[in-house]
Design a protein around this ligand. Structure first.
Ligand SMILES: C[S@@+](CC[C@H](N)C(=O)[O-])C[C@H]1O[C@@H](n2cnc3c(N)ncnc32)[C@H](O)[C@@H]1O
Length: 522
């Protein structure tokens, strides 16, 4: 392992340790509030009735499906507007009443969610929390839980997947394949189980329903092949589980007896299926990949890096109706068990579009468009992009300047980490504050990433020694922390541990500043 990889691993381990503490402090309490999987049927119905994607208005929405969506959105004070009614991006979420800044627009559990490969053995597959000894599912040997309660709560969603995972053991399919397998199981449960011999056919047709081949038109061949491979893998897994278990969920004894023998056969079949089923296009973008993120505080040498780290992917049918905008009106945050909360980033009147940022908003318009094309397969039509990429000399100049500023931001962030690794605290502080200033010039005023950057700049400290105090810049620290707390409150709500931490740091810095001023005066 290279030295920088070792440092990154150490950093990650320290973050995990920090999260453990948070779990002990209160996350586990919140876990118990998670909506039980009783609403799975409701989600399945919504997913199945989802009108074919209206992005860019390329397809006509299905009116029966749409009625269900309106019904599900109404209690939140939201509705689904037709393509063209709310700017670029096809259909999208719109408010039906006014909202204050920071007010909750929607709070939903994922219809299906999985932890990423990296977190398979370190996080509870139900609450996504880390810490303590995790119980391992004895049947698949893959799923892990922090308590028997969580294992029980997760069973409805894990049952079908468990048979699939038992088949592939010791290999574990990638997160997209696992997410799709869960989604198909959910749809299957709500539609009634097909006879075992039809399971493969059913899986293929479900995959075909999920395909959006019209959007694959402009994609490179290898990307299409990747989607095809993933679809093939899901179909193959389902067929395999149906064959060996006498049904998708299968009888555990039979699955258990045949597992070892089938492993080898299965690997060969998966390989064949991959080749043969490449034509079954399965598009990730249609599933609206939403990252389950946790905000971590780092405590290696400095209590300074607040990271948003991806821990898995989930499907949120209602939240996925929000279009992307490079100057979004809303932001999402994630809690225990992937619960997603959408909040207004500024006051919204009735009839305003609810949009979120799908990509890094500090990037230049051309970079954002590129990122959206490659990860989400569409070209952004938001007003900010249209203006930034207008074919005029003034716009071109602005865009070139923004590209430069975005590159400087990345450089400052990189240099900040390097300075920390080298224990050069003054340099770390300088880099961090510079990064915060550049981020403030690039990001929309309420952007979550800006809040995190400001928090880092204001809270730099080394084992109890606050670097701002050490460097005589407490006044700046108070300024950054005040701005950070304000931004983060609107994104995460006042009760979030991150916001409470930020407010606490602000109070501390204010007191120190007042004490310093008083001592100087006397
Ligand atoms: C998660 S869905 C959002 C809801 C979608 N408009 C619908 O009708 O279901 C993402 C899709 O919406 C469209 N979309 C979202 N934001 C867009 C934007 N800024 N510009 C163009 N298309 C956008 C794209 O087709 C993308 O694949």
């Amino acid at each position: 392992m290279r030295a920088d990889e070792q440092r990154e691993a150490a950093r990650a381990a320290a973050e995990e340790a920090w999260v453990d503490e948070r779990v002990a402090e209160g996350e586990s309490r919140r876990v118990l509030e998670v909506t039980p999987p009783g609403d799975a049927a409701h989600w399945a119905e919504l997913v199945a009735s989802r009108p074919v994607d209206g992005g860019g208005g390329e397809r006509k929405p299905d009116s029966t499906g749409t009625a269900r969506w309106h019904e599900a959105l109404a209690p939140w004070g939201l509705t689904l507007a037709a393509a063209g009614a709310v700017g670029g991006g096809g259909r999208g979420l719109v408010t039906t009443r006014s909202f204050k800044r920071g007010e909750v627009l929607m709070r939903v559990t994922p219809a299906v969610a999985v932890v990423s490969g990296r977190h398979l053995s370190s996080r509870c597959h139900h609450s996504h929390a880390t810490g303590g000894r995790l119980l391992v599912c004895s049947r698949c040997g893959c799923a892990r839980y922090c308590s028997a309660d969580h294992q029980r709560a997760a069973w409805a969603g894990h049952r079908d997947e468990c048979a699939l995972l038992a088949q592939t053991r010791p290999r574990v399919p990638g997160q997209t394949v696992r997410l799709l397998a869960r989604l198909l199981a959910l749809l299957r449960r709500s539609a009634g189980a097909p006879p075992p011999e039809d399971a493969g056919e059913w899986a293929r047709s479900a995959a075909a329903i999920l395909s959006l081949s019209h959007q694959l038109g402009g994609q490179p061949a290898e990307r299409c092949a990747e989607f095809g491979e993933q679809a093939g893998m899901v179909c193959s897994l389902i067929q395999e589980a149906a064959r060996s278990g006498g049904g998708w969920a299968g009888s555990s004894e039979r699955v258990h007896l045949q597992r070892v023998h089938l492993q080898r056969v299965h690997l060969q079949r998966v390989h064949l299926q991959r080749v043969h089923l490449q034509r079954v296009h399965l598009q990730r973008v249609h599933l609206q990949r939403v990252h389950l993120q946790r905000v971590h505080l780092q405590r290696v040498h400095l209590q300074r890096v607040h990271l948003q780290r991806e821990i898995g992917i989930g499907l949120y049918p209602l939240a996925a109706l929000a279009n992307h905008d490079c100057d979004p009106t809303a932001a999402q945050s994630f809690g225990a068990a992937g619960k997603l909360t959408l909040r207004a980033l500024r006051p919204l009147a009735a009839g305003e579009a609810v949009t979120i940022g799908y990509v890094d908003l500090a990037a230049a318009a051309s970079e954002r468009r590129q990122a959206l094309r490659s990860s989400y397969l569409f070209t952004c039509e938001c007003r900010a992009c249209e203006e930034a990429l207008a074919p005029t000399p003034a716009a071109r100049k602005r865009e070139a300047a923004r590209c430069e500023a975005a590159a400087s931001l990345r450089e400052e962030q990189r240099a900040e980490l390097a300075a920390i690794d080298a224990a050069d605290w003054e340099a770390a502080l300088r880099r961090s504050t510079r990064a915060a200033e550049i981020a403030a010039s690039l990001l929309p005023p309420g952007a979550p990433a800006l809040g995190l950057q400001l928090l880092r700049a204001g809270s730099l400290r080394r084992r109890g020694c606050k670097l701002h105090a050490h460097c005589g810049s407490l006044r700046e620290s108070v300024g950054y922390l005040r701005r950070a707390t304000e931004v983060l409150q609107a994104v995460h709500g006042e009760a979030a541990p991150l916001v409470r931490d930020a407010a606490e740091m602000l109070r501390g810095a204010q007191l120190e500043l007042a004490y310093g001023d008083n001592s100087a005066a006397s």
